[in-house]
Ligand binder design. Structure first.
Ligand SMILES: Cc1ncc(COP(=O)(O)O)c(C=O)c1O
Length: 320
């Protein structure tokens, strides 16, 4: 197997903690501890992507996401470390009192283009056009699609399974529940479990795309990775379950009821969850795993997102 190489940026392994909430024991994998500025699930993908960017002598990295994108911030911070410029194409508006991830993007000196929702639908086309312009100036551009979810980027979560299996006997675990945006995290774990021949359910909570769209994206990435790297593995599609209905308020919103649970969880465990991803995923975990007494059988993946809390301070304060 010709495994892709990576650059070391994340603090690995992250801890697997056994905690209790409302009297129920459960396991939580702390990928919010992959780092501080380079934190969350995105940095695992960026270790592979930035290795390639560095090797191909990149001048500028292009990537995209919402104004509070954790992926864009992680890219801007890690690229700054590597001496590469970043250009971000963000869905949303600029603000002279930028908070959270957008504030950090600015501190890192990322060049930012703000796009409305309609234009963002064509963000890949826009990035290609801008790429062509820079090519003519002999600039080397490395384009990272939304969420770093490519067949290379998802190796961050293929190798995550190797890390996790050293921490717990995965044969005794039913599954891992995670928030799913672009689906790369879930896709990587599916492939990692297949490589290790572990029958592990990946429970993906869709926060951005519909259930059908997300399932298609995850399977495309996972199958693309298996084919692209000529992996001799069989993936079991039934190991992927999308837990739908936890982001019906929309990607950029979160209901008061969900924030109340997030705040209560923080007060019991000290753990902060973000409003776009892990907060919604934890609400799903609470309903589907914890209250059904399966907390010890399903691992909750904390995929980071801390800075999004500060950009949504009003929502947290309203629900204390
Ligand atoms: C904190 C956090 N959790 C989860 C996700 C979802 O990961 P993925 O895009 O790989 O599905 C993201 C990014 O989209 C994120 O920033």
């Amino acid at each position: 197997m010709n495994l892709p190489k990576k650059i070391n940026l994340a603090n690995l392994p992250t801890p697997l903690e056994e905690l209790a909430y409302k009297g129920k024991k459960f396991f939580i994998k702390r990928d919010d501890y992959t780092g501080l500025e380079f934190s969350g699930n995105k940095i695992r993908k960026l270790e592979y992507l930035l290795y390639q960017a560095k090797r191909s002598k990149t001048d500028v990295i292009f990537t995209c996401g919402g104004t509070q994108s954790n992926h864009c911030r992680a890219t801007a911070s890690a690229a700054a470390r590597l001496g590469i410029k970043t250009r971000l194409f963000l869905w949303g508006n600029d603000s002279n009192i930028a908070q959270g991830n957008l504030l950090l993007d600015k501190i890192y000196g990322a060049e930012i283009s703000f796009l409305n929702k309609k234009n963002y639908l064509n963000v890949n086309g826009i990035m290609t056009e801008e790429h062509e312009k820079l090519k003519k100036q002999n600039k080397n551009v490395y384009v990272i699609p939304e969420g770093g979810s490519t067949t290379l980027g998802i190796w961050g979560y293929v190798s995550f399974i190797d890390e996790l299996k050293k921490q717990i006997d995965l044969k005794k675990i039913d599954g891992i529940l995670c928030a799913a945006g672009t689906g790369g995290t879930a896709a990587g774990m599916l492939v990692g479990a297949a490589i290790n021949k572990i029958n592990l359910k990946i429970l993906a909570v869709n926060v951005l795309y519909t259930k059908e769209e997300l399932k298609r994206k995850i399977m495309l990435l996972a199958e693309g990775c298996i084919a692209g790297y000529k992996l001799n593995v069989k993936m079991n599609e039934s190991n992927l379950e999308i837990i739908d209905g936890y982001s019906t308020e929309g990607y950029k919103n979160i209901t008061d009821k969900k924030v109340k649970l997030i705040n209560d969880f923080a007060r019991s465990t000290g753990i902060i969850l973000d409003p776009a991803y892990t907060g919604k995923a934890f609400n799903a975990y609470y309903d589907n795993s914890l209250t059904k007494g399966k907390g010890k059988k399903v691992i909750f993946l904390h995929s980071g997102g801390m800075f999004g809390v500060f950009a949504n301070n009003g929502k947290y304060l309203r629900n204390l």
